[in-house]
Design a protein around this ligand. Structure first.
Ligand SMILES: [Zn+2]
Ligand SMILES: [Zn+2]
Length: 282
């Protein structure tokens, strides 16, 4: 995780000592609830993020109604996924709405607004998750992940973050949450070509190729599976090493004996393609 300590972002010291807490039930997620520039998510704008955290702290220290002794949040996460230390571990935070709510959960705020940047970036979701895991590992946070609006009348943390929290705050790309990207169009391997190559190349002269374009895709997939030495991974020749590697892949798929002879079949080639971005043609 990209942790930015208080010293690194230039925090002011708290006005009064922060109350120590041993543990919480979990974490509540917040948004800024104010405009956040839509272009803050651009990579070059990260140079502004520490300044935004200093502004949040300054506004909290100036808030005479709430009488905050420090930035209210436990952690602040910018659109680039960096995690800025707010009150930090084992400190009672002040953002959840009342004394009891503040004791029950830590707070993590995303630099997401009610206008402009209204949806968290994927890097930011990873950053929030990083902060939650840090609070669990080192701060005694329990398993709960909730939105500020859970149990308190507020729009915070906005609909996109609240929906993410309701799903269990998964890291982007978690299987079952987002479908894997489809193979790029045109990435096709011909089953008959690779069968012919696997029957021809091992008995031919060293480095003989038959249908090298198809074979290279299969070799790249076998290298990615850790079954073929990268040295032989892109020669386009379905030689004996490639046959051995393919046989190992067949065994991995549960085939044995003559069904794991290293000559590609439709089932294993289709599975290999679905894992490594090609589709199988006849
Ligand atoms: Zn909030
Ligand atoms: Zn940033």
């Amino acid at each position: 995780m990209h942790l930015v300590t208080r010293a690194q972002w230039g925090a002011k010291p708290p006005k009064s000592p922060l109350k120590h807490i041993a543990s919480t039930k979990g974490v509540k997620v917040h948004y800024e609830g104010a405009p956040v520039p839509a272009d803050l998510a651009k990579p070059e704008k990260h140079s502004q993020c520490a300044g935004r955290v200093r502004s949040i702290q300054a506004s909290h220290l100036a808030n005479t109604k709430e009488k905050y002794s420090d930035i209210a949040y436990s952690y602040v996460v910018c659109p680039h996924g960096h995690v800025f230390e707010g009150r930090g571990l084992h400190k009672r935070q002040g953002a959840n709405g009342n004394q009891q709510l503040n004791l029950n959960h830590y707070s993590v705020v995303a630099m997401v607004g009610d206008s402009g940047l209204t949806k968290p970036t994927n890097d930011q979701l990873h950053g929030i998750r990083d902060a939650i895991e840090l609070l669990r590992d080192k701060g005694g946070a329990g398993a709960e992940i909730k939105g500020h609006r859970d149990g308190f009348a507020t729009k915070c943390p906005g609909d996109p973050l609240q929906e993410w929290v309701k799903k269990g705050a998964p890291r982007p790309g978690t299987p079952g949450i987002e479908p894997p990207p489809p193979p790029p169009p045109g990435a096709k391997v011909s089953l008959s070509h690779v069968i012919t190559a696997a029957r021809t190349d091992p008995g031919a002269a060293q480095g003989h190729t038959t249908f090298p374009a198809d074979v290279k895709r299969v070799e790249a997939a076998l290298v990615a599976e850790g079954l073929l030495d990268p040295k032989f991974g892109d020669d386009g020749s379905f030689g004996s090493r490639t046959v051995d590697a393919y046989a190992a892949y067949q065994r991995r798929q549960g085939f044995t004996g003559a069904n794991a002879d290293g000559i590609p079949g439709k089932s294993t080639l289709t599975t290999l393609g679905s894992q490594h971005g090609f589709t199988v043609a006849a």
